[in-house]
Write a protein that binds this ligand. Structure first.
Ligand code: GDP
Ligand code: MG
Length: 458
């Protein structure tokens, strides 16, 4: 409510991009660079996320004073989701949008746009997440002389003119692709109005060049344009289930991202599953123990009493095995509110699942988030859906496909994202000549289906 004191939390940042363009290396570099600063509290490890505090960003941005005057941070830092990629992004879902406040789209400057680059832009657009482009691997430009961990603008000035020229050409390829997709884009230091232009920051995840600007631009843009979104109330927590996992001795635990409020041990939490709502009580909250050295093989978790948004935390509670990844999770003040929230959660989940007796394909996905992304991608292409649900491809999905095939033979197929095909489903599909498309890349799935569809109608 408005009476509650409101503060700014860390923006939640995700990294997307085509395979091998350097997402993992970039996240490692950001963590490594900040740890190397040896600032007290240089980085805080969360479950599934890392926080780079404002003090570190300010220190890294110091050499940029000339270019970025009046650089003062009001956000407490940036929270990076540790696992890059589409799947985790899909699960960071929130009704009509994303829990992610901002995204880094990594593009290998030498390779330019690739299929998953386009796919990433499509899902960022769908979920209305602002982003910048990290034009990565600048150190691979022929003749590039690396200046490790230096700001891009400083290293750039020390390159030969023909190398600078080559970089400009490569940047123009990226800017041109963005333009074709309907975005204005430009090198970050040439932008006047960041609300109309997507910033392109040249970086090398290998040498660390450009990392200071990347962090400064991220922090600057998020605190300037997302302030309202970043205000959190010191009230009951809101979050999303990123992943469910079996933890020996604890049963199924939930790794969640909290984007608002405070989550405490003992709180009543409400989330959702495929069979119905889950109302339970937090038995414990687990967070990584603070460590001096980031590169320790195994991080031990320790129990904490509360976490404040933004946070990545592991929740231990009964009945979490009934939850589904991608589901919202809320703290309820009492049993009555829990029931109301449960209704809301289930409405949200049911809006993503589809069950009709009309013509259309059968869609299965591994989580609620990926199901939503796949359903939206299919709808956008005008492909009708008869059934969409979470889980492995089962015999009853084949039965649905057979029924759909009788209405329209081209739609009597099953499209599965990152799911298993149960043996009896496989057998049943063979028996009825039902085509199965299974993949762990959404655009691949749709491409395969559309190719098959074209062949069929020809
Ligand atoms: P991801 O699939 O997007 O996570 O890509 P990775 O981070 O695994 O990187 C793919 C490959 O590119 C690895 O061999 C990295 O070492 C390499 N790589 C990533 N960033 C850079 C960079 O800035 N410069 C160079 N030269 N290689 C890079
Ligand atoms: Mg990777």
């Amino acid at each position: 409510s408005s009476q509650q004191q409101r503060k700014l939390r860390q923006p939640i940042v995700v990294v997307l991009g085509h395979v091998d363009h350097g997402k993992t290396t970039l996240l490692d570099k950001i963590r490594g660079t900040t740890v190397a600063l040896k600032e007290p509290g240089a980085i805080t490890q969360h479950v599934g996320a890392s926080v780079v505090p404002a003090s570190v960003i300010e220190k890294l941005a110091e050499p940029l004073k000339k270019f970025l005057p009046r650089f003062k941070l009001i956000i407490p830092g940036l929270l990076f989701i540790d696992t890059p990629g589409h799947e985790v992004f899909s699960n960071l879902r929130r009704r009509g949008g994303s829990v992610a406040d901002f995204a880094i789209l990594v593009v290998d400057i030498m390779e330019g746009f690739q299929p998953q680059t386009y796919e990433a832009i499509e899902i960022l657009r769908q979920r209305r997440v602002p982003f910048l482009v990290a034009a990565n691997k600048i150190d691979r430009i022929p003749g590039w002389k690396p200046h490790p961990d230096q700001p891009f603008l400083i290293s750039y000035r020390m390159q030969k003119p023909e190398v600078q020229q080559r970089l400009e050409e490569l940047l123009w390829n990226i800017i041109g692709e963005m333009y074709k997709l309907g975005f204005r884009a430009d090198r970050f230091d040439r932008i006047k109005d960041f609300t109309k232009t997507v910033a392109v920051v040249p970086v090398s995840a290998k040498t660390g060049e450009g990392i200071p600007e990347l962090l400064a631009v991220l922090a600057g843009l998020t605190q300037q344009y997302l302030q309202k979104r970043l205000m959190y109330a010191e009230g009951p927590a809101k979050g999303v289930v990123l992943e469910l996992r079996e933890q020996p001795g604890l049963g199924v635990v939930a790794d969640v991202i909290i984007y608002d409020g405070i989550l405490r041990k003992g709180d009543i939490i409400v989330t959702g599953g495929l069979e119905g709502p889950v109302i339970t009580r937090v038995r414990s909250l687990l967070m990584p123990k603070p460590l001096v050295e980031i590169r320790t093989a195994k991080r031990e978790l320790e129990s904490v009493d509360e976490v404040v948004a933004a946070a990545g935390v592991r929740i231990v509670a009964p009945e979490l095995e009934k939850a589904v990844a991608g589901a919202p999770i809320f703290v309820a003040r009492d049993e009555e509110e829990a029931k109301e929230l449960a209704k809301k959660v289930m409405e949200e989940i049911e809006a993503i699942r589809i069950r009709t007796d009309k013509e259309g394909v059968i869609v299965k996905a591994d989580t609620l988030g990926t199901l939503e992304a796949l359903v939206e991608a299919l709808k956008k292409r005008g492909i009708p859906i008869r059934v969409a649900d979470v889980g492995p491809i089962a015999k009853r999905d084949v039965i649905e496909a057979v029924a759909s095939k009788q209405i329209n033979k081209y739609y009597g197929v099953i499209i599965g994202f990152n799911v298993k095909v149960l043996p009896e489903a496989e057998e049943e599909a063979r028996k009825h000549g039902i085509k199965l498309f299974v993949h762990n890349i959404i655009y691949k799935l749709i491409e395969d289906f559309e190719k098959w569809y074209k062949e069929q109608i020809e």
